[in-house]
Design a protein around this ligand. Structure first.
Ligand code: ATP
Length: 580
């Protein structure tokens, strides 16, 4: 059960569905067994001239009833087994998505989206097929083989049955050794599919860059190469599959040849009747199906196994950001303190060195610094999108690692650098964090973020769809929708990560003035490259290479005549040149 450990609860819940389905499958198998004997009897009675018209009608009615019963039973097992397999697919898919939601951003930095998508489609399908068609074929193959063999033994004796069975061990041997190769080749097909999906996904996400750099032909070639790789791997798989199928067929036909020869002799010698011979041959045709199915069953089960292994590697992935056993349900007020914080990413990059900070509720901290100086890293730690070392980051005096993630993140309004919006309407995007909302709230947030006038110019106003199916907002409009999304949460801590860079200075000033108003008793952290954005903050820190190199208010920093002052004069000059 180890491999299928994540499916335990599903099978516990649906065991009766499977049992019921298998029951009806067995009913079909059982009824099927009457047919050869019935045909044998009809043959013998016809040969002996014992049947008249009414007997034939009787047999026809019996055969028709058997057909009807088999039809109903088949429909029932299909509904129960195939239906359960579809439920299993839903179960795994939901489990996987749920698990992915728990994993930390570092996992998604490591993994390719295309790979994850391939798991969510191909691998889940393969597991579903193993527990749908695979189970049906396996049960069918085993039951039919056992019952048919017993009936053959009972009706024509062990000698003939043994002769018919001679080819079977060769069949089993062939199938098992082929199965291993199929497993290996199937894994390669899946890997090729992943990388093909990944390349398409990346291309479509970056389509604007591709076009701007006129790289369409190169991209097409790259895609052709990975699609070709996928086909090649599939053909490689089909080759072995193609050899296995006829091999199984040849071996099973051998059985028929042996029976015709030896069974024929037995009839000639009068050891068995013609009816027995007909029945035996029909049993053999029943037996040939499972023999041929074995190859397919093995294939389906091998694929299911390989796919489950791949799914297990994701499901086994432990989230590294989670609520500890003693995590507190803190009602975050907004006092932030950072003590001697040094932070390294998994790859060893030291993004922050010896950071010390105190932001009291009601204050605004501004962070300014060159790209790559560690600004985003610092706010990521405050949101616990990465884990800070213990005893370094405190909120309201509590180590952030001891605060439950939900209340922590719910109390923070975050406007990320990358203003990602979802493919839903504008209202849905602004009210993203709210379960219930009134349109008035959305409109107020939009007004606050100075994007209201833009929105009502769209024909569908707040119902305008975003993203793929809808309008594309300008960079500045996106930033402001993003600000509205953070502000509507009424957060106690507001973090703007370079969120006003695409907004003109006048609008920026108005937004900041309003912010000052509503953030009076809350905490604000504003990251920017522009002095104009940060100049009114209570404290400004200047970061360089992961360290705070200057700190103070605007006037103090200008007086210091250091990095900040330099930036200030440069930007003042740029502004003058721009307005000249
Ligand atoms: N997930 C990550 N894994 C490893 N290193 C990272 C990761 N994210 C950022 N870094 C590195 O950490 C350093 C600080 O990056 P960070 O994004 O915090 O800078 P920043 O000041 O916000 O830059 P920008 O102004 O360009 O947004 C950089 O050297 C960056 O390459």
């Amino acid at each position: 059960m180890g491999r299928f450990r994540y499916l335990k609860s599903f099978f516990k819940q649906y065991k009766w569905y499977y049992a019921f389905g298998i029951f009806w499958l067995l009913v079909v198998n059982g009824i099927q067994m009457f047919v050869p004997r019935l045909l044998g009897n009809i043959t013998d009675q016809l040969a002996e001239g014992l049947l008249d018209g009414s007997d034939l009608v009787r047999y026809a009615i019996i055969l028709a009833s058997i057909g009807l019963l088999m039809g109903v039973s088949r429909a029932l097992w299909r509904i129960y087994i195939t239906g359960s397999a579809r439920r299993l697919e839903y179960f795994i898919r939901t489990k996987l998505f749920l698990h992915l939601q728990k994993l930390s951003p570092s996992y998604f930095n490591r993994m390719k989206t295309g790979d994850i998508m391939a798991h969510a489609t191909n691998d889940i399908n393969a597991v579903r097929m193993a527990f749908g068609g695979g189970i049906i074929m396996m049960t069918d193959a085993i039951v039919l083989t056992v019952i048919t063999t017993i009936l053959m033994l009972a009706q024509v004796g062990w000698q003939l049955t043994l002769i018919a069975m001679v080819p079977l061990p060769f069949l089993a041997l062939g199938v098992v050794s082929f199965g291993k190769v199929i497993h290996r080749r199937f894994k390669r097909v899946q890997a090729a599919f992943s990388s093909m999906t990944e390349s398409v996904q990346e291309n479509l996400s970056g389509i604007r860059v591709v076009k701007a750099f006129v790289q369409e032909d190169e991209e097409i070639n790259r895609f052709k190469k990975s699609a070709q790789e996928h086909v090649d791997k599939n053909i490689h798989l089909i080759k072995i599959w193609g050899v296995l199928q006829p091999l199984v067929q040849v071996i099973s036909t051998l059985s028929v040849i042996l029976i015709i020869m030896f069974g024929g002799i037995a009839v000639i010698n009068g050891d068995i009747s013609i009816g027995d011979f007909v029945a035996f041959n029909t049993y053999l045709t029943l037996l040939i199906w499972p023999m041929m199915a074995i190859g397919h069953v093995i294939n389906v089960l091998q694929r299911g196994r390989a796919s489950m292994d791949r799914l297990n590697t994701i499901l086994d992935e432990e989230p590294d950001i989670y609520d500890g056993d003693n995590a507190l349900d803190v009602d975050v007020k907004g006092d932030v303190e950072i003590k001697d914080l040094t932070f390294k990413y998994e790859d060893g990059t030291e993004a922050l060195k010896n950071i010390n900070l105190k932001i009291k509720r009601g204050e605004t901290l501004a962070i300014i610094g060159r790209t790559g100086s560690g600004k985003t890293t610092l706010v990521n730690l405050l949101l616990r999108l990465a884990n800070p070392p213990r005893d370094t980051v405190f909120i309201d005096g509590v180590d952030i690692n001891d605060i439950k993630l939900k209340p922590l993140r719910e109390s923070i309004g975050y406007v990320p650098q990358d203003n990602f919006l979802f493919s839903t309407n504008i209202s849905g995007n602004i009210a993203f964090a709210l379960k219930d909302y009134e349109q008035k709230q959305v409109e107020e947030a939009a007004k606050f973020a100075h994007v209201y006038d833009n929105i009502i110019e769209f024909p569908q106003k707040f119902d305008t769809m975003m993203g793929e199916r809808g309008v594309t907002l300008s960079g500045g409009q996106k930033q402001r929708v993003s600000i509205a999304r953070a502000i509507i949460k009424d957060p106690n801590i507001l973090i703007l990560d370079d969120s006003l860079s695409a907004v003109d200075t006048q609008t920026e000033e108005e937004i900041l003035r309003q912010l000052k108003d509503i953030m009076k008793s809350r905490t604000s952290i504003i990251i920017s490259h522009r002095v104009s954005t940060v100049k009114d903050a209570d404290e400004i820190i200047v970061m360089d290479d992961g360290e705070i190199v200057e700190r103070g208010n605007h006037e103090e920093l200008v007086d210091k005549d250091g990095l900040y002052a330099n930036l200030h004069y440069k930007q003042q000059l740029e502004e003058k040149l721009g307005s000249a």
